[in-house]
Design a protein around this ligand. Structure first.
Ligand code: SF4
Ligand code: SF4
Length: 178
């Protein structure tokens, strides 16, 4: 399937409706950090520029706030297209081009597998540890812990249900792609 069709199927969006007004880009809070602005992502999808979109930093910097979607005069949802590109990138085995996001996502899923829910401080701590940011932030983390603003991590006992759902989801995905 062509790249554009794959994204349209995954996102449910007709990217051909985009007329490049750039209202999505001008409202995006992360646009100034992105290598491709949301409107450029939409345009690149239309043109079938798979490599540049799948390997862009933009798709991983997107925080799914949906500001772009709410501003689109064509009722297209750039946020859904961004999410679909992320899914496709992972399906194709393309690692996130922003290392910290890769580490954060893995920490998030691992945390769910252990606890069945997210313990924010653990995910943040693991991400900082693996990106070399833990030492500078340690004094602040200790202060928050002492003042009771951060709860200690729970015992890793609650992840059984999530692991089952996760396994089923992986099996279904494998089945649908066979
Ligand atoms: S706001 Fe909508 S129409 Fe305008 S560039 Fe973005 S996606 Fe395209
Ligand atoms: S959903 Fe993503 S692309 Fe859209 S405005 Fe938010 S951060 Fe930007």
């Amino acid at each position: 399937m062509a790249f554009r069709d794959e994204i349209q199927a995954l996102s449910g969006q007709n990217v051909n409706l985009c007329f490049q007004c750039s209202k999505c880009s001008s409202g995006c809070p992360l646009a100034d950090k992105m290598d491709l602005k949301p409107a450029q992502v939409m345009h690149s999808i239309r043109l079938g520029r798979a490599d540049s979109v799948l390997n862009s930093q933009a798709i991983w910097l997107c925080v799914d706030c949906e500001t772009c979607t709410s501003r689109c005069p064509q009722d297209v949802e750039p946020a859904a297209a961004m999410a679909a590109v992320r899914v496709l990138a992972l399906q194709k085995g393309i690692k996130p081009s922003v290392k910290v996001i890769d580490i954060y996502y893995r920490g998030f899923v691992d945390n769910m597998r252990l606890n069945g829910k997210i313990h924010d401080a653990s995910v943040a701590g693991i991400t900082q540890l693996l990106t070399g940011q833990l030492i500078p932030d340690l004094p602040l983390a200790m202060k928050l812990l002492v003042r009771g603003r951060v709860k200690p991590p729970p015992l890793p006992l609650g992840g059984g249900r999530f692991r089952k759902i996760y396994r089923n989801a992986l099996a279904k995905e494998k089945e649908s792609r066979a």
